[in-house]
Design a protein around this ligand. Structure first.
Ligand code: LLP
Length: 436
């Protein structure tokens, strides 16, 4: 197990004022909480650039061919955020009309956009065809037929990748495994569906197959399944007589959420993928493909911090000490859905103060609205501020209006600059439940 410190979980620009108040990008979070209210989510621009740069460095070091990093927008996306990522020169993987439109508005070149999804709508496919995205990632034989009809009807040519399901199970929560034989995603290899799709695309008048893709799952730390996936996809290519120009073994590499978590190091992932692709292609005398890696969480998780205000504290009949915050399940469903683990820390440094074990809960009407079942915190009371680190991926993008909760404000922080990515929803004005 890696030695993870609290600093490894916080954004890279995290610091304390001389008075012990936590800052990100030299901005005092307690002041931002006062100005914008809580729950509040902040993203540290420096951490996102740092993550992208470390990945670029690792890929440059291990892979001889050309490559691209595409960000999986489902981890978190909003217009301001997308613009910042587009400025970094990376690509984006989108899965809905909303994400497609935001990517376009944010200035991503269509040649850096991939459209994924197991059930893309006609609107999504047509928008992607018209925009000329780098690849529509075909997920099934039925979808291939539907897309062919649309392309013909519109008289538009399109580039496609095939999402392959190699029958590999990675070590992560069952809900985030995506390439096993019972997955709803992709074209299975074993029963010949993947080969059949390749056959249908061989002399297609409208669609050109440019790449093979697989995504094994999310939040895992073993590199071996990537090697196995590269082997199975290149075997498939060889057996069907194609040479992929682009090759995408997806995203999925994990990040630590607590000090018991595993390392932040992307090396085992990138090295394994790069070496496997080079070996498998070189051995067959094929030119190296453009390697496309597709992380979501790895780029944004650590950059995000959730800030809550403490409300009620109470002791249950069995002695459990509850501390309740003003958010929870509606802005972070991950603990309830995946038993995801987190840690928490007060915004005001409390060194030397005794800590006690508490159960950190949210304010929503669900017994399962438990953010952290056991966390050691100094004495905190109503009005104190608390941060939950590693809050940048899949929290806000999966957030809800449960109990008609208003979604939190989201800020992008740079030194001397605060950009509001999302304004706090106003309960009384929400179009969603007032019908306006
Ligand atoms: N590529 C494809 C095709 C994907 O489906 C995903 C994630 C990614 C890339 C990026 O995976 P990442 O690098 O972020 O692990 N809601 C879950 C995670 C679901 C991921 C879905 N697909 C969670 O909160 O853990």
């Amino acid at each position: 197990m890696a030695d993870i410190s609290l600093n490894d979980l916080l954004p890279v620009s995290a610091c304390y004022t001389p008075e012990g108040s936590l800052t990100i990008a030299r901005q005092e979070l307690a002041k931002l909480a006062k100005q914008f209210g809580t729950p509040l989510y902040v993203y540290d621009g420096q951490t996102i650039r740092h993550q992208i740069a470390s990945l670029q460095e690792a890929i440059g070091h291990f892979y001889q061919g050309s490559s691209e990093i595409t960000y999986a927008a489902k981890a978190y996306f909003s217009l301001g955020f997308a613009r910042r990522l587009a400025d970094q020169g990376i690509g984006v993987d989108v899965v809905s009309l909303g994400e497609l439109k935001i990517a376009r508005q944010a200035g991503f070149s269509p040649l850096r956009v991939h459209l994924h999804g197991n059930n893309k709508s006609e609107d999504e496919l047509v928008t992607a065809l018209k925009w000329g995205v780098q690849a529509i990632v075909v997920d099934s034989l039925e979808e291939l037929g539907f897309l062919s009809q649309l392309a013909e009807k519109l008289q538009l040519k399109g580039r496609v990748w095939l999402r392959i399901t190699p029958g590999i199970t990675v070590d992560t929560h069952h809900y985030t495994q995506t390439a096993h034989s019972a997955s709803k995603f992709g074209l299975p290899v074993q029963d010949g569906q993947a080969a059949e799709a390749i056959r249908q695309l061989a002399h297609h008048p409208w669609l050109t197959m440019t790449g093979l893709h697989t995504h094994l799952g999310s939040q895992f730390f073993e590199a071996e399944p990537y090697r196995e996936a590269v082997a199975r996809l290149t075997e498939l290519a060889e057996n069907t007589g194609i040479i992929p120009q682009e090759f995408s073994p997806g995203g999925g590499w994990g990040v630590p959420y607590t000090q018991d978590g595993k390392s932040n190091d992307p090396q085992p992932w990138i090295e394994t993928v790069a070496v496997a692709v080079e070996q498998k292609f070189n051995r067959r005398g094929w030119p190296l493909p453009r390697l496309v890696v597709e992380p979501g969480r790895w780029i944004v998780a650590r950059a995000g911090l959730a800030i809550y205000t403490i409300g009620t504290s109470k002791t249950a009949n069995d002695g459990t000490q509850f501390l309740a915050v003003d958010g929870g399940l509606a802005d972070n469903v991950r603990p309830a859905l995946y038993q995801a683990q987190y840690t928490a820390l007060p915004l005001q440094k409390s060194e030397g103060k005794p800590v006690r074990k508490v159960t950190l809960v949210g304010k929503f009407c669900e017994t399962g609205d438990i953010l952290i079942p056991e966390v050691y915190l100094p004495p905190l009371q109503r009005g104190d501020l608390l941060a939950v680190p590693v809050a940048g991926a899949y929290q806000l993008s999966m957030s809800s209006n449960y109990n008609l909760a208003a979604r939190p404000a989201v800020l992008w922080l740079e030194e001397g600059q605060v950009e509001v990515l999302q304004a706090r929803e106003k309960a009384e004005e929400s179009a969603w439940w007032t019908g306006k």
